[in-house]
Write a protein that binds this ligand. Structure first.
Ligand code: AMP
Length: 613
């Protein structure tokens, strides 16, 4: 992820001294990780002092105490559902001090959902500073491993998403949309590390086609200057390559003539692109020559020959894209720089050139107060078990940042400046090492998520409910669903969900293909709003596919799992599969397949709100 302007580490005076600025940022990391516990204590005291009068803390009897022990004794460890009534009040316009003494400036809409809708995370103005601070650490860290990055540009594909207004008038939008629209990003002072090929106007264009087209055009035009490429998530970067595959003829024509395709109608985008676009027939020939070749292997290094690395998140579910990225980039380093969320920005990767499988994030102790709930693996199934709600004893099991144990897995719990107290983020992390006193974590997984293509996160319960709705279409035909499982197929671009269904056909009437297509659409309509947004607006997820398998397939699946050591007594059909031999087994028994015939319904904002004009 690209970094922000360095407000906090801006060199003073007129002399711009990059080395000095980098040194300061690295020294900051040294300091806060060395004094991690003291910093955490101070952060908690600060949060509790300034919010001493808020209703939520009073409700739990904290009464102005700011010490860790009282906080831990009195405050419950919560999930979003516990907070929902308070969030709804704020969304409806209640401006009393409910969670935070600073005014809530907006809601950040998380890709995690509750009741099918995005979670709303309250935030305050000053959190932008904290996010900027974390961004400002990334390039100083990176420049320790790769020299000379200040001599060229970054080609990052960055996008904003639609926003809505709550009934009470607060804006609700994803955290990156909020950040790119903020003055921290738009009015960043010149800095060689925030020198991107994409002009701000192209990033801030709400039309995703025009935004992508203009960013790609600017990236191609400046191809020799590009030293690093990226997007936030791996899926987004691959989508950009796919876009190039589809639209290179138009792009080359624009490069040749120095004009912009008329489909790009946004005047500010046209103007910004014209600042970098000059007729360049030689470059157009070169790009055309490369794109025309049958193989696109190494297309990144071919078109942007000075690229040193690909900056995208490939940890967590994004690891499914590593082979595709390796193919397109000819094995350039894949660099995961940071770990963040709508709730809070957490940490940075201090060893950015490490292998994706070894990435660990050092939590920055000034960002929030962090606690860790130990996670246990079930013997036998190796699945992760974390209680849904915690009893008193379990609430006491949470450990502080500096007390986590090497190799142990934990669920992350945060207390933020914006008014979340002991909030379970839902991510499972494993301690991989320490930077001074601060732990470094591998990202293990997001709890319960079974399917994910882009920023969508579908859990088993949502999938089950969607399947239940869809099977209704089969009832008139006397067919019932015996078993099902699912798979996130990322071999297509964009990727798509696949459901494997085994049916028991009792009726004599054959089921027409249109009925299975209706099942696909109903599945999509039943999935959460982040999924549907990905299908409709971002086009980051392809149509859902259903594969009907011959009867007996799921018995074979069980036999196979048992042959690998699963216990017969404990065997449960997995509701999502990832292991290649199992997918092969399923695919070898497919009798027919169907796709969702159209996009599901989706509107910006929560169902019940009116949209912002
Ligand atoms: P959101 O709240 O929509 O911004 O999503 C935040 C979530 O995305 C986190 O809680 C993680 O589950 C996931 N995420 C963010 N950064 C990373 C990363 N570097 N590696 C893996 N997962 C990540």
């Amino acid at each position: 992820m690209p970094e922000a302007p360095k407000k906090s580490f801006k060199a003073t005076g007129h002399d711009y001294c990059l080395a000095e600025k980098n040194k300061k940022a690295l020294q900051f990391i040294e300091d806060v990780t060395t004094n991690a516990d003291q910093v955490q204590k101070r952060v908690l005291a600060e949060i509790l002092t300034r919010n001493a009068r808020v209703e939520y803390l009073h409700r739990h009897g904290l009464g102005g105490h700011t010490d860790r022990d009282t906080f831990k004794k009195l405050m419950p460890v919560i999930t979003y559902e516990d907070l929902q009534p308070d969030i709804t009040r704020i969304a409806n316009g209640d401006t009393s001090l409910i969670l935070c003494s600073n005014p809530i400036s907006e809601f950040l809409t998380s890709s995690g959902t509750s009741g099918g809708e995005r979670k709303l995370m309250p935030t305050i103005e000053e959190e932008l500073e904290r996010r900027s601070l974390l961004y400002s650490l990334l390039m100083p860290v990176m420049s320790q491993s790769v020299q000379g990055l200040e001599k060229g540009k970054g080609m990052y594909f960055l996008f904003i998403k639609s926003e809505a207004k709550t009934p009470g008038g607060l804006v609700a939008r994803p955290v990156l949309t909020s950040y790119y629209k903020s003055s921290h990003f738009r009015e960043r002072p010149y800095d060689p590390y925030t020198n991107y090929t994409s002009p701000n106007e192209t990033i801030l264009c709400p039309d995703s086609y025009q935004s992508m087209y203009s960013q790609m055009l600017c990236g191609l035009v400046q191809n020799k200057e590009v030293l690093r490429v990226g997007a936030v998530f791996a899926s987004g970067f691959i989508r950009a390559i796919r876009f190039l595959e589809k639209h290179w003829t138009l792009l080359c024509r624009d490069i040749r003539t120095g004009t912009i395709d008329p489909q790009i109608t946004d005047p500010s985008v046209r103007e910004a692109v014209m600042r970098v676009l000059k007729p360049d027939p030689k470059l157009a020939d070169f790009v055309e020559g490369e794109c025309r070749k049958e193989s696109w292997q190494g297309i990144i290094t071919r078109l942007w020959p000075n690229t040193k690395y690909v900056d995208v998140i490939v940890t967590g579910t994004m690891s499914q894209y590593i082979p595709t990225l390796d193919y397109y980039s000819n094995g350039l380093p894949l660099v995961c720089t940071m770990y963040a969320s709508s709730e809070c920005y957490f940490g940075v990767n201090l060893n950015p050139l490490c292998k994706p499988s070894e990435v660990s994030y050092t939590l920055i102790p000034t960002m929030a107060y962090f606690e860790f709930l130990p996670v246990h693996r079930n013997n036998g199934t190796n699945s992760i078990s974390v209680p849904k709600s915690l009893n008193d004893k379990e609430q006491q099991d949470l450990v502080d940042l500096v007390d986590v144990k090497l190799g142990q897995e934990y669920e992350l719990v945060v207390t933020t400046y914006a008014g979340l107290y002991r909030y379970r983020v839902g991510d499972v992390l494993r301690v991989a090492g320490f930077k001074n006193k601060a732990p470094q974590f591998n990202f293990v997984c997001r709890k319960n998520v079974v399917l994910s293509i882009d920023s969508d996160k579908t859990d088993e319960v949502e999938l089950q409910a969607a399947v239940k709705n869809a099977v209704n279409h089969l009832m008139p035909f006397g067919a019932t669903l015996t078993e099902y499982t699912s798979y996130a197929d990322t071999t297509t671009i964009p990727g798509h969900y696949v459901l494997y269904w085994e049916l028991s056909l009792k009726g004599s009437t054959p089921i027409p293909p249109s009925v299975f297509e209706d099942c696909c659409l109903t599945l999509e309509e039943s999935l959460n709003s982040v999924y549907r947004q990905g299908r409709v607006s971002d086009k980051s997820i392809g149509p859902l596919e259903m594969k009907i398998v011959e009867s007996g397939t799921f018995d074979k699946l069980m036999d196979y799992a048992i042959s690998l050591g699963a216990s017969i007594n404990q065997y449960k059909t997995p509701r999502c599969v990832k292991f290649a031999p199992i997918i092969e087994l399923l695919n070898s028994r497919v009798v027919s397949n169907y796709f969702s015939p159209k996009c599901p319904k989706w509107i910006p904002g929560h169902k019940q709100w009116c949209n912002k004009n």
